[in-house]
Design a protein around this ligand. Structure first.
Ligand code: ARG
Length: 458
């Protein structure tokens, strides 16, 4: 379909190749056909085209969809994009009736509608994928409910925490991600169709009917904004970037935990790779690639933001660049979630190694300072006393509970025998503030997480 009426020449092949997008926007075919079918139904209902023409167009669009799905459709790059490819095939099939499809519509409101339909679908799949990962985390947490591990700050052992508490921190991050995607869904769920090229259309269209047909809950309120808004694309990629950032933190820990130095977890053989040269190796490639692909999604965010920067109203062709970055962000996030959830679910947790690590390195020092505070010593002072005590214990190569009470008292006379009853268990149990690592709190958090997963529909 060449629209060369106004031009004296054919388009140069180089310009054609440069501007064509069929090779990547063909994946919008389903959304394009769905929005065309709704559009044609509306045109007939409003008496803009005859009912029998609409029926023929709809039947033909359905058969074009089948051709595409069966692989017999011939995509032509020279037809520029998916919209022109489908319309050209329609006209090829049914002649001039097909040429009525584009009445009261522009490719500008059409592509904006297709992109929103695509993004809504992508958001639903993404939320399902994140929930699968949350389910995997929760499964491992529940299986190791009582396991104590060293909690870290600055990558140094800090205070004992429950392993489940550590995993549930990731559950929280992913819950925020889900909320972000759900909010992004609300802003994506607005229908631009009916905005025409930029100013609206002159035909008596029914936009509410269109929205209902296409499952949009709102209709856009400014035609110029509607054809040129790609905030929803940027929001999706931004939310995907945050999710990947959370994934990169989790996978970094899995990678560190599976080193010989840590030995906290072992990746299941089905999700690990070997080395081509060192026969003994088991590599965490899924986790590493998930960490690595994070950068790629950040890149797409910068790309989408920069494409939209300074674009004057309304539609500009620059906006065709919204697609590849969105598509790749969706594909990267979905495939990462798909591979990572079972990698997490099948992790072998080496409980002995983990709990042994929690017993060393003066992990109870804060609790001993808190003990002195209960005896009336100001915290800062208590901190100094215990710090000196730790130095002494380190110098003589003893754990704190092996230091004699007499020596404790040299640092502070308020120490009594009961200081020896401070244990990992008492340390955990004492942290029973809301959100703390006390077993009862973690039990509540596990139940809440389970409820969040089961309570809401996938
Ligand atoms: N392929 C174009 C895009 O993705 C479709 C809209 C083209 N509109 C136009 N007026 N040339 O943005």
């Amino acid at each position: 379909m060449t629209l060369r009426g106004r031009f004296g020449k054919e388009m140069d092949d180089r310009a054609k190749a440069y501007t064509a997008s069929t090779h990547f926007d063909r994946r919008l075919y389903k959304h394009d056909i769905a929005s065309s079918i709704a559009h044609v139904r509306m045109l007939a209902k409003q008496g803009i085209i005859p009912e029998k023409d609409a029926e023929l167009i709809i039947m033909s669009l359905i058969s074009i969809r089948e051709e595409i799905e069966q692989g017999s459709f011939e995509f032509k790059e020279e037809l520029e994009d998916i919209h022109m490819n489908i319309e050209a095939r329609l006209v090829e099939k049914i002649g001039e009736v097909g040429a009525k499809l584009h009445t009261a519509r522009s490719r500008n409101d059409q592509v904006a509608t297709d992109m929103r339909l695509f993004t809504k679908e992508a958001i639903s799949e993404t939320v399902t994928g994140i929930k699968d990962l949350q389910r995997a985390l929760l499964h491992v947490a529940e299986d190791n409910k009582r396991l104590v591990m060293p909690g870290y700050t600055h990558m140094q052992r800090a205070q004992p925490v429950l392993f489940a508490h550590h995993l549930l921190a990731y559950f929280e991050m992913f819950q925020r991600d889900i909320e972000r995607f759900e909010q992004c869904y609300q802003r994506t769920d607005v229908m631009p169709l009916g905005s025409g090229a930029l100013a609206g259309v002159t035909y008596p269209i029914d936009r509410d009917f269109l929205a209902k047909e296409l499952g949009f809950s709102k209709v856009s309120t400014n035609s110029m904004d509607a054809v040129s808004d790609r905030d929803f694309v940027i929001e999706y990629i931004a939310a995907a970037g945050l999710t990947m950032m959370h994934i990169s933190r989790l996978t970094e820990e899995i990678i560190i935990w599976s080193t010989a130095e840590f030995g906290f977890v072992e990746i299941d053989d089905a999700f690990a790779t070997g080395s081509s040269i060192m026969p003994q190796k088991k590599n965490p490639d899924v986790a590493e690639l998930a960490r690595g692909k994070t950068g790629r999604v950040y890149g797409h965010l910068m790309s989408a933001l920069t494409t939209m920067k300074s674009l004057p109203l309304s539609y500009d062709r620059d906006m065709q660049e919204d697609k590849e970055c969105l598509f790749d962000a969706v594909d990267t996030l979905l495939s990462t979630l798909e591979a990572l959830a079972p990698t997490v679910a099948t992790l072998r947790v080496k409980a002995d190694r983990i709990s042994r690590a929690a017993e060393t390195d003066y992990m109870l020092a804060t609790d001993i300072a808190d003990y002195l505070v209960k005896k009336g010593i100001p915290f800062r002072q208590a901190h100094t006393i215990v710090s000196n005590l730790v130095r002494y214990a380190t110098d003589i190569g003893k754990a704190l509970h092996d230091v004699d009470l007499i020596d404790y008292r040299r640092f502070c006379p308020d120490f009594e025998n009961d200081v020896k009853s401070i244990t990992l268990e008492s340390s955990l149990a004492a942290r029973n503030c809301t959100g703390g690592t006390a077993p009862e709190e973690v039990e509540k958090a596990l139940a809440a997480a389970r409820k969040t997963l089961n309570g809401k529909k996938d």
